[in-house]
Write a protein that binds this ligand. Structure first.
Ligand code: GDP
Ligand code: MG
Length: 440
């Protein structure tokens, strides 16, 4: 994929003390190919390469970076800029409710994203959205949204499939005002292709609801097609932002890179899976880092923060700093890490995780968890609190008591120390993270 290819190229110059003009040119040739292969629009590629070259060649070398790192830094910054620079947030109406129209082609992920967005607005922003089933054409579309509503225990407005989408939207808006919903998310119908009938209908809904946001949902896997769709919708209807779905799949990444520069509308969210919570605000700088294989530390930390109870996290952080993490904390930490998702996936988001072979030893598979629990429970309270007590005879006793082996006990103790190290690293990164800006 794009990431691998770029990383291979970048690796060649990463360690170099000096980067010649020739090096930069060669590297940019590779980057260019990688981008084209990832289905990035060729005009975008051309401009990108020109911009990077101009900045990378003949620029002053910063003290803290090697020239190779400096080129990477420029590529990273330009990629970030290409994807919109700053994170672009969802609008908030002066006077509620904020109306959001979800538009896009069939199968792009509109209905799923409507549910995900409702969930996101409630969970992250404490909002109270009303979802609206305005796709009356696809037989199961209304049902699909209603099912999502039930799953989330959130309201869905529908009038069946005998009332026009425009009328549904109008009545939904009245209802939202009456019931003080602060967001109205309208799930509209899609077509297989952009056509005049669809656009006409969307235009009418736009007319009667005056949406603050028209979010175009596009499938990242369709590459440049996604960008073309975005362009047509923008020209015909006007869109305020893009949701790029299926970024979890085997995506070539091209759409993420070109959407903003081709349509001049920002990507606001990324769909990362089929599950209801698999929606993330789109961060250009994180996406750039991810593409360049620098790891997505911020996403990792944010994930960790949502899943770990705040107070408990603070206490753990203090413990990590002072290095008196206990085995009880370790057990708890393991289960929290499990809640975040597959550990491999988490490790992939960390910079240089591939190199941190030690971390891969902190394998948390479901079977092992049982053993780990048994081992920890066979320790005395004193041992759990102070692992340095664990001498050979105590380890032997614990192995016996837990029905495991001394090797397993030893391995766990080793993992514990590695986990401690990792936690320390993570808490260090967390401190480096800046304050969030206001708004949604
Ligand atoms: P719509 O026709 O635009 O309303 O599309 P749907 O919401 O019905 O989604 C079509 C299919 O795409 C469904 O099977 C969804 O589960 C799937 N889907 C939507 N978003 C994502 C995503 O971010 N990742 C993955 N892997 N699948 C998604
Ligand atoms: Mg749908």
């Amino acid at each position: 994929g794009l990431a691998e290819r770029l990383q291979g190229t970048l690796k060649k110059i990463r360690g170099k003390g000096k980067v010649s003009e020739q090096d930069v040119k060669e590297m940019m040739r590779e980057v260019r190919l990688a981008l084209l292969e990832a289905d990035v629009n060729f005009k975008v590629v051309k401009k990108f390469i020109a911009d990077v070259k101009e900045r990378a060649i003949g620029q002053e070398v910063l003290d803290s970076l090697t020239p190779g790192q400096q080129v990477i830094k420029v590529v990273n910054e330009e990629l970030t800029k290409l994807m919109g620079g700053e994170q672009s947030k969802i609008a908030v109406a002066q006077k509620p409710p904020t109306v959001v129209m979800m538009v896009g082609l069939q199968g792009a992920g509109k209905t799923t994203t409507t549910g995900k967005l409702a969930n996101h607005l409630r969970k992250k922003h404490n909002r109270n959205p009303l979802m609206v089933a305005a796709d009356i054409y696809r037989p199961a579309a209304i049902k699909q949204l209603e099912t999502l509503g039930k799953q989330l225990d959130m309201p869905v407005f529908s009038l069946g499939d005998q009332v026009s989408p425009v009328e549904i939207a109008k009545q939904a808006l009245a209802k939202a005002k009456e019931e003080h919903h602060d967001y109205v998310l309208i799930d509209t119908a899609g077509r297989l292709h952009v056509d005049e009938e669809l656009m006409g209908e969307l235009d009418e809904i736009k007319e009667v609801t005056s949406p603050e946001e028209i979010l175009l949902v596009v499938d990242a896997m369709t590459g440049q097609d996604a960008v073309n769709v975005a362009q047509s919708f923008n020209e015909r209807l006007g869109i305020s932002g893009v949701v790029l779905t299926k970024l979890d799949g085997d995506t070539r990444g091209g759409a993420a890179i070109s959407v903003k520069s081709v349509t001049d509308t920002p990507i606001k969210f990324a769909g990362m899976g089929e599950k209801i919570d698999a929606l993330e605000p789109f961060h250009p700088e994180r996406m750039a880092s991810r593409i360049l294989g620098m790891g997505d530390v911020l996403t990792l930390i944010e994930k960790a923060q949502t899943n770990v109870d705040e107070e408990r996290a603070k206490e753990l952080e203090r413990k990590m700093r002072t290095n008196d993490l206990t085995f009880d904390d370790f057990l708890e930490q393991l289960s929290q890490v499990r809640n975040m998702g597959p550990l491999d996936e988490l490790l992939d988001m960390m910079p240089g995780a591939g190199k941190m072979k030690g971390l891969k030893n902190v394998q948390v598979d479901e079977k092992q968890i049982g053993h780990i629990e048994a081992i920890v429970k066979s320790m005395t309270k004193a041992e759990r609190d102070d692992p340095s007590l664990l001498n050979a005879s105590r380890r032997k006793r614990i192995a016996k008591g837990s029905g495991t082996s001394i090797q397993e006990v030893n391995r766990l103790i080793k993992q514990f120390h590695e986990m401690k190290k990792m936690m320390k690293q993570m808490s260090g990164m967390q401190k480096g993270k800046g304050k969030k800006k206001g708004g949604l």
